[in-house]
Design a protein around this ligand. Structure first.
Ligand code: HEC
Length: 116
């Protein structure tokens, strides 16, 4: 291989490796970290199992779609979704906290059912 070709091959390989590690990071939520935060912060209102909120007007989170949960938390944080209680809850959360919490609640068995 000519040196110039070798160089472009290496550059391509590096870009591919970088892209695939970004893709991997997006997938790898830390369920244990999500569980720890959920139990110390969120359980007070949404219930320890995510299925038993302290008030019927408080939503169940267990088994909800991960991307729905993530979207809701990001929207509370940006102000796109307005709720005085949740705005205060998400304020200290990082993007990684949000991903971990969403993945954790999505992984729990939900009691949500489609009513007929
Ligand atoms: C002080 C009580 C309280 C705490 C603590 C709390 N929440 Fe909430 N949460 C609520 C209420 C009330 C709503 C409904 C708000 C609304 O109508 O938008 C809600 C809504 C949500 C929603 C939207 C669900 C849906 O179906 O639309 C998500 C997701 C959520 N909370 C996640 C969390 C997470 C994660 C934590 C912990 C970091 C947390 N909440 C802590 C009271 C609380």
């Amino acid at each position: 291989m000519k040196p110039s070709k070798m160089h472009s091959f290496l550059r391509h390989a590096t870009v591919c490796a970088a892209l695939s590690s970004i893709g991997f990071a997006a997938q790898a939520a830390d369920l244990a970290a999500g569980k720890a935060k959920a139990e110390t912060v969120c359980a007070a209102c949404h219930g320890k199992d995510g299925n038993t909120p302290i008030d019927p007007s408080y939503p169940k989170l267990a088994g909800q779609y991960r991307d729905f949960l993530e979207r809701a938390l990001l929207d509370y944080k940006s102000g796109a979704r307005k709720n005085a209680i949740m705005a205060g809850q998400v304020q200290p959360l990082s993007r990684a906290d949000i991903e971990n919490l969403a993945a954790y609640y999505a992984s729990l068995p939900g009691s949500l059912r489609v009513k007929r």
